[in-house]
Design a protein. Structure first.
Length: 582
């Protein structure tokens, strides 16, 4: 129950909105009750006024009838408004609960699940739960009350007619449900076909140069034609069921009414009811079809909502990140770094049990030195950086910064200790200043300006429309090289003692790369600089090279020593030099 997000949300919502739930319950009862009044008025008008040709009280009855119809319309509108508000509150409360849960999850959850899968929890699953309550459960309760009320009213007129009505309900529901199932499957198929058609167009436009270069227009045209034909066939099927369903229901309604008329008008007087009762019964039977038809759709919404509840509850059961050590502060840790540095003690890590990414790493990094980690793609270099920053917890062993376990350092203190520069700059919605501060209120404008002066972007920013308060358009305001300088500024704004550089010059031209390297060398003075690189030439200026293979450290030493002892390293350097010469 602790992790049952939907139960916790509903409990919180009902507790905070007791008045609204009370009003909604009263409105539902009133709507159901009032919807049974018009047939009774019709019965009275026919039996007491029309048949005996008595005009006394007819105007009053007509006005009451009109008033009841207007009241039902107003209450239906009010009911819809209340359900809409409650639905919005459901979405709000549930997404807030889920966001709170999301903040407590470890980084491993985000590596094991794609962004699309996580997003679908907040969008599709939450919307399905909203439909469960607004268009499913509550609507079904209302319709069930209506059906019970209509049958009770019919039974009051005639027990025999009540029995006939009860026998007809399963048949009406079965016909409605059968059509709805076919319509739903056809609509789903149609959406799939539309997705293929639009996807084909998008892919063709995106790859038009390649298509023309390889003379593939005819092939793609034929493929597009086939997908259009498949789409048209599903559209025809949808249209067929859409066009057949209303007349089938109308014919069924007419048959039921005909049965009522025949039974009530037979010589044996099978139903034993008056003409007014017959008219009222016909009205009630006609009204009976609407809630029965709606039950099928409501059951579908309930089924989708239940699947959403199950998925969100599974999300609620995801293991949370252990609580950090709130007694660890960046200022205290920095005092210990000079003597203790950064150390790995028998560190192993696995994303999945039995499939180690890193094994038994033992490494001691002195403060103020520069280390480059290298190795083939997939050996665990980026995972190693995540471990160093305490984003992932080692399966075995510990990583210490000074004398503090990096995984136990509170998140709010880590940015003061680690500056991380990624290969691609991630822009956030906001101003230039907020790109650097990441909306951290503890970072002053002076720190932001100093960081931008350091990387050489201050003058460029001041030439923008509103300077540091300019809303950023990442595709127009900054080049790729400038984005990397922003990333460096973001990393050094707190002047952290450790810098982590993850292939920061991989996608840059040689001129821009030289500028970035110059800034990084200046930023790294007096700091511990950890780099990931595949370029051998960029490693030659560091203090130590650490080579990783199969999750283990295979060599570690000065660039000169590695060059002499590692044949692979020499061969890669030669290949790079030949490439540049070419």
């Amino acid at each position: 129950m602790k992790h049952n997000l939907t139960v916790r949300m509903l409990h919180k919502m009902i507790k905070n909105n007791k008045g609204m739930f009370t009003v909604m319950t009263a409105v539902i009862i009133a709507v159901v009750f009032l919807s049974l009044v018009p047939p009774q008025i019709i019965k009275t008008i026919i039996d007491s006024n029309i048949v005996p040709k008595n005009a006394d009280g007819l105007l009053e009855l007509a006005l009451i009838y009109l008033g009841v119809i207007v009241a039902i319309g107003i209450l239906d509108f009010f009911k819809g408004s209340v359900l809409t508000i409650l639905g919005q509150k459901i979405v709000k409360y549930l997404r807030m609960e889920m966001t709170g849960k999301l903040e407590k999850l470890s980084v491993s959850y985000f590596t094991e699940n794609t962004a699309a899968e996580i997003t679908s929890r907040f969008t599709n699953d939450v919307d399905n739960i909203n439909s469960l309550f607004a268009d499913g459960l509550i609507s079904m309760i209302i319709d069930c009350f209506k059906i019970v009320g209509i049958i009770a009213s019919i039974w009051i007129f005639s027990a025999e007619l009540g029995v006939v009505t009860l026998c007809l309900i399963p048949l009406i529901y079965a016909v409605s449900r059968a059509f709805q199932k076919h319509m739903l499957s056809s609509q789903v198929r149609n959406l799939e076909q539309i997705s293929k058609v639009t996807g084909h167009i998008s892919e063709s436009v995106k790859n038009i140069r390649m298509i023309k270069s390889f003379n593939k227009e005819a092939y793609l045209e034929e493929l597009y034609k086939k997908r259009l034909e498949d789409n048209f066939s599903t559209v025809e099927r949808v249209n067929f069921y859409d066009s057949c369903y209303p007349p089938v229901i109308q014919v069924a309604r007419a048959l039921v009414i005909a049965i009522v008329v025949l039974l009530s008008g037979s010589r044996t007087d099978t139903l034993g009811i008056s003409l007014g009762m017959v008219a009222a019964s016909i009205d009630l039977v006609s009204n009976l079809f609407s809630p029965i038809e709606a039950l099928g759709t409501e059951l579908q919404n309930i089924q989708k909502g239940i699947s959403g509840i199950k998925r969100i509850n599974r999300f609620g059961l995801e293991p949370e990140e252990p609580r950090k050590n709130d007694d660890l502060y960046a200022n205290d840790i920095q005092k210990d770094i000079a003597g203790a540095g950064l150390s790995f003690s028998n560190v192993s890590f696995s994303y999945e049990t039995g499939q180690p990414v890193l094994e038994n790493l033992e490494l001691k990094i002195k403060s103020g030195t520069s280390i480059t980690f290298t190795g083939r793609t997939g050996v665990g270099k980026t995972t190693l950086f995540r471990l160093i920053m305490g984003l992932l917890k080692p399966t075995e062993g510990r990583i210490l910064l000074g004398y503090a376990d990096v995984y136990e350092i509170p998140d709010q203190e880590k940015r003061k200790l680690f500056g991380y520069v990624e290969q691609q700059f991630t822009c956030i919605c906001g101003t230039v200043a907020q790109q650097i501060s990441l909306k951290d209120e503890d970072i002053s404008m002076e720190q932001i300006v100093n960081a931008m002066r350091f990387v050489g972007l201050h003058d460029h920013i001041m030439n923008m429309e509103h300077g540091y308060d300019t809303e950023v358009d990442p595709d127009a305001d900054f080049s790729q090289g400038q984005k990397q300088l922003l990333s460096i500024g973001r990393a050094i704004v707190y002047d952290p003692p450790v810098l982590l550089l993850d292939e920061v010059t991989a996608d840059l031209d040689s001129v821009t790369e030289a500028r970035i390297v110059t800034v990084l060398q200046k930023a790294g003075r007096g700091k511990t600089v950890l780099s990931i690189s595949h370029r051998i030439t960029s490693m030659l200026n560091c203090d130590t090279i650490v080579m990783l293979e199969n999750g283990r450290i295979t060599a570690a030493g000065a660039p000169k020593d590695i060059l002499e002892s590692q044949k692979w390293f020499r061969r890669q350097l030669q290949l790079e030099q030949n490439k540049w010469k070419g």
